[in-house]
Design a protein. Structure first.
Length: 297
């Protein structure tokens, strides 16, 4: 087809997906990327990923599956539904695809176990592709996230399972622009992304070279899958982002803050509790001073 597996294409640019590949994908992966502001409204830059997935789907003669990834972001509170349950990031992406882009429900899937890019890849493989037989895959994310995404998915989908031969996956990548993220947010992510990609290539991929090894890494080293680390996180008394300004800036880049598009959503945000307290206090003072508001003694 003229392109080797692992090639990175662009939504807007000279490296567009050729029709020969578009018609060959078994599945398209849409990576999660931050807290949604509503059940059908993922962060704007994630909407761009969904838009790209829908475009490939609609151009394909094969009707590939679209798998939306991510339960949430490890260091961010989650959006809650009216019944108090989490609205997964993948749920928000899927709802956007179903309701706004009219993708048929039979071809939209959600993965609801992962909390970062490594677990995105791990659970996409172990819960879906190793079971369904999807082999030729298109992974979609934004430009700022692509280097680390490619390093991780190449690693996870290239390792053996229980000592058996590789499954023969062919991975291709599609990069969206960074629309919806401010320059400050992109700068905050740049160091994190570069450091993460290097760690995967130079250390993790070499040390954990089987799915069993990756599971060992997750359950022993990962903040959201290690029992010890989860326990420590549950009882901590102060958030790291409260102590480290750099961590706070990075946190703001994961949806709900850090994107220019988010500024347009401010009117729908819940007021800070202190303003609610001030409002109630002022109202009480006014009522006390209003003529006739006091009962006669």
């Amino acid at each position: 087809m003229g392109f080797e597996a692992g090639h990175v294409f662009q939504v807007d640019g000279d490296e567009a997906l050729p029709n020969s590949l578009i018609n060959s994908f078994d599945a398209i992966f849409v990576l999660g990327g931050g807290v949604p502001s509503a059940p059908d409204k993922p962060p704007f830059y994630v909407e761009k990923r969904c838009d790209a997935a829908a475009q490939v789907y609609q151009q394909s003669q094969k009707s590939p599956a679209i798998l939306c990834l991510s339960a949430g972001t490890a260091h961010m509170p989650q959006l809650l539904s009216v019944d108090g349950l989490p609205v997964w990031e993948s749920t928000s992406s899927a709802t956007y695809l179903l309701d706004k882009l009219n993708i048929p429900p039979k071809d939209v899937f959600v993965e609801t176990t992962s909390y970062d890019t490594i677990s995105n890849a791990y659970f996409a493989r172990t819960s879906f592709t190793d079971v369904t037989g999807w082999k030729r895959l298109l992974i979609i994310t934004n430009e700022f996230h692509m280097e680390r995404t490619k390093a991780i998915f190449d690693w996870i989908f290239g390792v053996s399972r229980m000592g058996s031969a590789e499954f023969g996956y062919e991975l291709y990548y599609l990069s969206c622009d960074n629309e919806g993220l401010s320059s400050e947010a992109i700068a905050a992510r740049a160091e994190h992304e570069a450091k993460g990609a290097k760690n995967v290539r130079d250390k993790l991929a070499k040390e954990y070279n089987s799915l069993r090894g990756v599971l060992q890494f997750l359950t022993e080293k990962h903040d959201f899958y290690s029992a010890t680390k989860l326990s420590q996180r549950a009882i901590q008394t102060q958030l790291q982002s409260d102590l480290d300004p750099k961590s706070a800036a990075l946190k703001r880049s994961y949806g709900g803050g850090g994107g220019d598009h988010d500024k347009m959503e401010k009117s729908s945000h819940t007021p800070h509790p202190i303003w609610l307290l001030v409002t109630v206090t002022v109202a009480a003072v006014v009522l006390r001073k209003w003529p006739g508001s006091r009962k006669s003694d």
